[in-house]
Design a protein around this ligand. Structure first.
Ligand code: MEV
Length: 327
């Protein structure tokens, strides 16, 4: 039996635009998905998941997920098992073991589909645990690459390397197309996260931005403006200018709203944070529901979010410099 874990992330800047080759800066945070894998005697996959902000579920199937024996609605199962399936396929390929079967248990303190990179963390930790279980050890870079292929497939060809690279490597990272690197000395960033208890569908939100960008010039310009803003943000990061970083996060939220990926609950939390004096606040990840990230050293934003009706829970999140690891 092998267990690996990988961190979730918040986007300081650049989600969505990164899908079109603009740069983005996600930061790994200290909330992890843990995946335990045990090789089976047959070629089936059994998945058990708990703590995914959903009722726990169990699903067992062999080659055909349509024959699955499940205890919760299909779309929830599809969301989580899509990434597990992909991770298992990558592990079988990496270990040259096409018929390997696994019992997989996922425990996660990253809410599912909420913009904190739960699916990337599950894919990265899943590939690591399954390959180790088969006696193969992959580098963090190869895990990031294979997990990206999983996301790419599940998101129907529209994914960036940002979430998976960040989860595999940890720390603050910069991703532009295939060029991915860790940022050497990011300043202290006092992240506060507000979570509305909901989730967005990443595939649908990404497709919505794609359609808007094809239909309207303003949307293509907005994507390009997010790229400019990220480059400006990188300068602020190099200068340790946290106030400027906050200001740019505010602008980034506005541009994401223009692309139609915010939600009433996310806007309410963003304004709640700003009203409490946060240095900046924006949605994080695909949007549509889920989480916002704000910057505030004091507890004012945390308290304000806790009193915001749209917010189910709020917490501080520390930058996690460690990526995927064996537990
Ligand atoms: C989702 O966490 C981030 C997006 O930019 C999609 C992606 O980068 O694959 C919306």
């Amino acid at each position: 039996m092998t267990t690996s874990s990988a961190p979730g992330k918040v986007y300081l800047f650049g989600e969505h635009a990164v899908v079109y080759g603009e740069p983005a800066v996600p930061c790994a945070v200290g909330r992890r998905a843990r995946v335990t894998v045990e090789e089976r005697d047959d070629d089936r996959i059994r998945v058990e998941a708990e703590d995914l902000s959903l009722d726990g579920f169990t699903v067992t199937y062999g080659d055909d997920p349509d024959d699955a024996d499940v205890n919760v609605p299909g779309d929830l199962v599809a969301a989580a098992t899509g990434y597990v399936d992909g991770a298992v396929a990558q592990a079988r390929d990496a270990a040259d073991a096409p018929d390997a079967g696994f019992s997989v248990t996922i425990e996660s303190d990253i809410p599912l589909g909420a913009g904190l990179g739960s699916s990337a963390a599950v894919a990265v930790a899943g590939i690591d645990a399954a390959t180790r279980e088969l006696g193969v050890e992959l580098s963090a870079t190869e895990l990031a690459d294979r997990a990206y292929r999983v996301e790419h497939e599940v998101q129907e060809g529209q994914a960036s390397r940002a979430d998976t690279f960040c989860s595999a490597m940890g720390g603050a990272v910069r991703v532009e197309g295939d060029d991915c690197k860790r940022l050497p000395d990011p300043p202290d960033l006092p992240f506060v996260v507000g979570y509305d208890g909901g989730a967005g569908n990443t595939g649908e939100l990404v497709a919505g931005v794609r359609d808007l960008r094809e239909q309207y010039e303003f949307a293509a310009d907005t994507v390009a403006s997010i790229g400019d803003l990220v480059r400006e943000g990188e300068r602020a990061l190099r200068d340790d200018d946290v106030a400027r970083i906050g200001e740019l996060m505010d602008f980034n939220h506005g541009l994401l709203s223009a692309l139609g990926v915010s939600a009433r609950s996310l806007d309410a939390m963003v304004w709640g944070a700003r009203g409490a004096g946060a240095m900046g606040a924006k949605l994080t990840g695909a949007g549509g529901g889920g989480c916002v990230v704000a910057l505030d050293e004091s507890d004012a934003t945390l308290t304000a979010l806790e009193y915001t009706t749209a917010c189910e829970t709020a917490f501080r999140a520390e930058l996690d410099t460690e990526g995927v690891r064996r537990e």
